[in-house]
Ligand binder design. Sequence first.
Ligand code: TDO
Length: 183
Amino acid sequence: MKFTETALAGAFIIDVDRLSDERGFFARSWCEDEFAAHGIAMPPQQANLSFNPRRGTLRGMHYQLPPYEETKLVRCTRGAILDVIVDLREESPTFGKWIGVELNANNYRMLFVPGRFAHGFLTLEDNTDVCYQVSAKYTPGAERGLRWDDPAIGIRWPFQPLLISAKDQAHPDFQGLAVPMVM
Ligand SMILES: Cc1cn([C@H]2C[C@H](O)[C@@H](COP(=O)(O)OP(=O)(O)O[C@H]3O[C@@H](C)C(=O)[C@@H](O)[C@H]3O)O2)c(=O)[nH]c1=O
């Protein structure tokens, strides 16, 4: 796998190495040793599948508070998404900054999301499937959200989302709220 660290330290774009033959290709999409070599310890606790029939569906921006913070390894197996993360680590020089990466069924690209980052995505096509591994168990009491259009963060979505859950529309303003390492 090829790991490219993004402008947000600890967040990686990961491209698979294709071993091709007449049948197609084989590629690893996760490997404990290769991830460890990039300082990523990510024992998956859960794997999630998100089906989105409509282009313009936005889910996010989600995170869990310590000690239930989650790292995520995200990919899109059908259709396409703009996957977006926001650095909420209080000690980070890029605190409050965001990046967006297109993940689609053709590029086989993955995004590794560190803990204490808010995460969300916008579907760019109808019938989009997103698959992601998560390092911690879903803990509803520790769940938090950041509003997708919070001006303090200023995420530049490529177009106006068409479908967002009531829960995601009701997330509070960011208000400079950092997530500490330990709560
Ligand atoms: C995330 C999650 C939800 N649920 C339930 C709660 C609810 O009834 C239903 C839908 O939940 P949500 O509306 O939170 O689903 P969704 O908006 O798709 O939430 C996901 O969004 C993306 C962007 C992420 O980063 C994920 O970590 C997760 O937060 O599924 C679980 O049972 N386990 C889980 O791990």
